[in-house]
Design a protein around this ligand. Structure first.
Ligand code: OAD
Length: 247
């Protein structure tokens, strides 16, 4: 089930000069990739984030961290973009969109979105843990591989807790939030900073904020913030369909 789309939201989207979209794990849930914080299916239900997604965890047990991320990387490679990802491609054909994602799965790009701001990196890339240079060729097994240049262990090119976001990515995302007339926040629990502040940067600058989420739990409410409840693979195609007049 999803909420009906109010006509005035569609109008605001249609007349928007700039739209910013922030996505989180929820947008990839329908591609079969577990979200982080959903109680039963979330990845963190089986593993503690701080045990695996930190530089300290890697220093302590690089093999374990490598193996865990490799499992996720293979799952991402086997997954396909869903109707939500595809609707965002169509949205960008109708209005100027800056797409910002917290996801590391690369599914927006595979769906056809261009110039995606990947705030947390991309799990399909592997880099040297010392010099942070991307390494293209390595033996992809459960055994930890090493950098061909310096011999340090390899790791996924994702942002771990306590690490900086990729240079320039946050600034570009904040600029897009400030410039947006409409800000769409899709499938994110909106608790991990600095991405979590982006909708409120947009709201303070006068944007209409549209939240697309399965649940209203934990989502901020207030003037100018509209929640469309339902799976993003259903709500986003409905929203874009209403915009284009197609079903
Ligand atoms: P979370 O797992 O925290 O939140 C997923 C959100 O998606 C929740 O609000 C769900 O209600 C919603 N959701 C689930 N299925 C959905 C669906 N089909 N359609 C719409 N909404 C759905 O994921 P994120 O907010 O992305 O960071 O988490 C943010 C960051 O926390 C991640 O990027 C990751 C993690 O620690 C790093 O790894 C640095």
């Amino acid at each position: 089930m999803s909420d009906p789309i109010p006509a005035d939201l569609v109008e605001r989207l249609r007349s928007a000069r700039r739209v910013a979209v922030l996505t989180g794990a929820g947008v990839s849930a329908e591609s079969g990739i577990p979200t982080f914080r959903d109680a039963l299916t979330g990845l963190w239900a089986n593993f503690r984030a701080e045990e695996l997604a930190t530089p300290e965890a890697y220093d302590r047990n690089p093999e374990l961290v490598w193996r865990w991320y490799r499992t996720r990387r293979l799952a991402v490679a086997a997954a396909q973009p869903n109707a939500g990802h595809r609707a965002l491609v169509r949205l960008a054909e109708c209005v100027p969109v800056t797409l910002i994602t917290q996801n590391v799965d690369g599914l927006h790009v595979r769906a056809g979105s261009r110039e995606v701001i990947e705030l947390h990196g991309n799990i399909t890339r592997v880099k040297c843990s010392r010099e942070h240079i991307v390494v293209e060729e390595f033996a992809d097994t459960d055994e930890l591989p090493f950098c061909p240049r310096c011999g340090a262990g390899l790791r996924p090119d994702v942002v771990w807790f306590g690490e900086l976001l990729p240079a320039g990515a946050l600034e570009r995302a904040q600029d897009a939030a400030r410039a947006a007339d409409v800000f769409l926040s899709v499938g994110t629990s909106n608790i991990v900073e600095p991405a979590a502040s982006l909708p409120w940067i947009a709201a303070r600058a006068g944007a209409t904020v549209i939240v697309v989420n399965l649940s209203d739990e934990g989502q901020r409410a207030g003037p100018g913030i509209h929640l469309l409840r339902g799976p993003s693979g259903v709500v986003l195609p409905e929203l874009v369909g209403a915009l284009t007049g197609e079903e």
